[in-house]
Write a protein that binds this ligand. Structure first.
Ligand code: PLZ
Length: 448
């Protein structure tokens, strides 16, 4: 398949990384803080659909979508046209100074697309972390309480409050404390690693949750429970069925705000507009970012009108939040998601990936589990045997093999042993097959 100008095939014309990428890598080391690490030192020149073209002219398959951002594909024609048009009209006024229609339209769209038919409001920001911070501010203003409950394996960002909410210390929090107070952590219903087995997971994890919150925090002090409906950075952990619905109902019972962080799962990725839908959950507040902007930075908090209106007038905002160019991009991306039925495409991708990964799991005992939903699938790599010992070294070797062959795939997981697939939802199925062949080849090579 050929989209606009970049043919949707993998093609390597140099070894990887090529000479121009290697030169840029040297310049990076001299100019960029080493703390901002780079996964794959291939410098990108242009991109379209599911293909990245590097500065040496190599065509790479993108199964990472820039961490779940390019769901509508790179250089989606709707997004390009909307952004170009908006840049020429005006790029910035600050919505809080002199507003514009795009911001209002995007908030209307968010109200329409997010779960629940109640009255909703939104506020727009620049990054996922900023959206999460603001959701907590809103929940505190609404409840007059301070405590926030977050889960093991959670990832919510790198700002001070969101570092506190993120579970894993390395590399996200190392050396950066003290962290924001009033954050309490509880176990996640992680079926694969639940001590008494997946069949007991939802029930026991919920009992543990209610008991810990009651004893250690006190329900009457809790402003919000914050959770990713499928945990992203933590390892594509799908909570045991029923767990989240019970937490949401418990929140309602105690006047606690249930916040779904759909920054990675949102906007068609899991085969629904939002991952909460597959469990029939209606969150009070929902945070979105990533795919929302079609590649431009924009994030949102959307939720019940009475909660969103709880902070004082002027209490939320920022210079760039809901920038006009980002709003135009988001509206165009949403248009593409609707027109191209990306919800259905995500489901089809999920079916393909699950079948292929299932075959690989039957062949390789190092694949402990295949999990995920829709176009958000992963394999957890372990040492063969009953112990399920995470094997991050093998996972990294597989990723390196993929990279050498021109396939961009990402790792994740608390133990660094999960390989996650996040293809652009517009990916050509032939290209997806090519990508899965490469993954299989790289696995076979790494296992030896
Ligand atoms: N909530 C669920 O997945 C971002 C992080 C990459 P920002 N995930 C990618 C990295 O190492 O920094 C994320 C997420 C969920 C919040 C965030 C934060 O979103 O836009 O990166 O701030």
């Amino acid at each position: 398949m050929t989209l606009g100008t970049i043919e949707q095939v993998r093609r390597l014309v140099t070894e990887l990384p090529g000479p121009k990428s290697r030169e840029l890598a040297n310049r990076r080391k001299a100019a960029v803080s080493r703390a901002v690490s780079v996964g794959l030192e291939l410098y990108i020149d242009r991109a379209e659909g599911a293909i990245l073209v590097d500065v040496d002219g190599n065509h790479l398959i993108d199964l990472g979508s820039g961490i779940a951002v390019a769901s509508v594909g790179h250089a989606d024609p709707n997004v390009v046209a909307a952004v170009t048009g908006q840049v020429a009209r005006f790029t910035h006024t600050c919505f809080m100074v002199t507003p514009y229609a795009g911001y209002v339209e995007l908030c209307e769209k968010l109200a329409e697309l997010t779960p629940g038919s109640h009255e909703k409001r939104s506020a727009l920001f620049n990054s996922g972390a900023e959206a999460v911070e603001n959701a907590v501010k809103i929940a505190r203003a609404h409840t007059g309480r301070t405590a926030v409950i977050a889960f093991d394996h959670a990832y919510h960002g790198r700002t001070n409050l969101t570092m506190a909410l993120t579970a894993k210390v390395q590399p996200y929090k190392q050396g950066f404390g003290p962290f924001a107070p009033e954050v309490y952590r509880v176990p996640m219903a992680y079926p694969y690693r639940w001590p008494t087995g997946p069949e007991n997971c939802a029930e026991e994890a919920f009992a543990e949750f209610t008991s810990r919150v009651h004893v250690q925090v006190g329900e009457e002090n809790v402003a919000a429970v914050l959770v990713e409906p499928i945990q992203g950075e933590g390892g594509f952990i799908v909570p045991a069925p029923g767990f989240l619905a019970r937490i949401a109902a418990w929140c309602t019972e105690h006047g606690i705000v249930f916040i779904a962080d759909e920054i990675q799962t949102g906007f068609c990725r899991t085969g629904n507009w939002f991952a909460c839908e597959s469990e029939g959950i209606v969150p009070d507040l929902i945070t979105t970012a990533k795919a929302l902007g079609g590649g431009l930075p924009v994030a949102a908090v959307t939720g019940r009108a009475e909660m969103m209106d709880a902070p004082v007038v002027g209490g939320l905002g920022g210079t760039y939040g809901g920038n006009p160019v980002s709003c135009a991009a988001a509206l165009a991306a949403i248009q593409t998601m609707t027109d191209a039925s990306l919800v259905d495409r995500a489901r089809r991708i999920g079916t393909e990936l699950e079948a292929r990964l299932g075959q690989l799991a039957a062949e390789f005992p190092q694949i402990g589990e295949v999990r995920g939903r829709g176009a958000m699938m992963a394999i957890e790599i372990v040492r063969p045997g009953a112990d399920k010992t995470p094997d991050a070294v093998l996972a990294k070797a597989v990723l390196a093999g993929c990279a050498r062959r021109g396939l961009v795939v990402l790792g994740c997981g608390t133990y660094g042993n999960v390989i996650r697939l996040l293809p652009p939802l517009v990916i050509d199925f032939g290209l997806l097959t090519d990508a899965m062949d490469i993954l299989a080849e790289s696995l076979a090579e790494a296992v030896g």
